[in-house]
Write a protein that binds this ligand. Structure first.
Ligand code: BTN
Length: 264
């Protein structure tokens, strides 16, 4: 389907020459854009193809959860990357930075990142409620890996499912003014491409540092996470150069590389 003007015009204006803006496919409705792009990856599609949908009926979240994706309310999009091994491990951190930067540029509000790449709008000194999430899914062979980076941004006010109401929000609900979905999508692609370039050029430190800046309000906070079937807790200190979360616990230092952390 033809990309609606709401998205086509800002892509031309803001993402001219961006390698991720050249092959954008629009679906009015789909199951999951991540599933769609993963199927393209398996079929041999080259890096840089993008699918965006107005509505997802089986939107996927991290850790097997679903992602609420009502029509006309948000940005639901996925991008195909075929990264070198050294690049893949930081792609998920880089994507969080890119989406947070796009929100700041377009909506004029600076979001906070919660490890690894949840995007929150701060409420006072607390991280507040989640406004965007990223799901990176990988496949392929050792020689030819693909990574689908899917991002969902809640833009317009919507009614979230009961289990999310207290934890999720949308940009427009928080700001009380309209936010341009097309501009936000275009800037997300521009920033994703730029941060991917950083990784490919070996500028890993710059990406990690940008993540750190946006997560600094969560440093020093106590969190809980699951490991080997047990619940552990400690205080967040930093992330390392591979994107692992560094925690100080009563038993010494710990490193979290996957799963979910919960603020206490
Ligand atoms: C999270 O749980 O925070 C990650 C949410 C990722 C949602 C996006 S929406 C576009 C893409 N397609 C999906 O099915 N999921 C991702």
């Amino acid at each position: 389907m033809k990309l609606p003007r709401e998205f086509a015009e800002p892509l031309r204006r803001l993402a001219d020459g961006c390698p991720l803006a050249a092959r954008v496919v629009w679906h009015a409705q789909t199951g999951s854009t991540n599933a769609d792009v993963a199927a393209l990856a398996e079929a041999g599609a080259s890096e840089g193809c993008v699918i965006i949908a107005d509505e997802q009926v089986a939107g996927r979240g991290r850790l097997g959860r679903s992602w609420s994706s009502p029509a006309g309310s948000g940005i639901y999009a996925s991008v195909l990357f075929r990264p070198e091994p050294g690049v893949a491990r930081l792609l998920t951190i880089a994507a969080g930075v890119a989406i947070a930067e796009a929100i700041e540029t377009v909506a004029g509000i600076a979001p906070v990142l919660k490890w690894p790449n949840d995007v929150y709008l701060q409420e006072g000194s607390r991280p507040g409620r989640k406004v965007a999430g990223i799901l990176a899914e990988a496949g392929g062979t050792r020689e030819r890996t693909w990574v689908v980076v899917g991002f969902g941004i809640n833009v317009l006010p919507t009614s979230f499912p009961p289990d999310l109401v207290a934890r999720a929000t949308s940009l427009e609900s928080e700001l009380g003014r309209p936010v341009d979905r097309g501009e936000l999508f275009a800037m997300s692609l521009v920033n994703l491409a730029a941060r991917y370039d950083d990784l490919r050029a070996g500028r890993h430190r710059a990406v990690v540092e940008a993540w750190r800046q946006r997560a600094s309000s969560t440093f020093g906070r106590r969190i809980e996470w699951g490991e080997d079937g047990a619940s552990k807790s400690g205080v967040v200190r930093d992330i390392d150069d591979d994107g692992g979360l560094m925690i100080e616990t009563a038993a010494g230092s710990a490193r979290v590389v996957s799963g979910e952390v919960r603020w206490l």
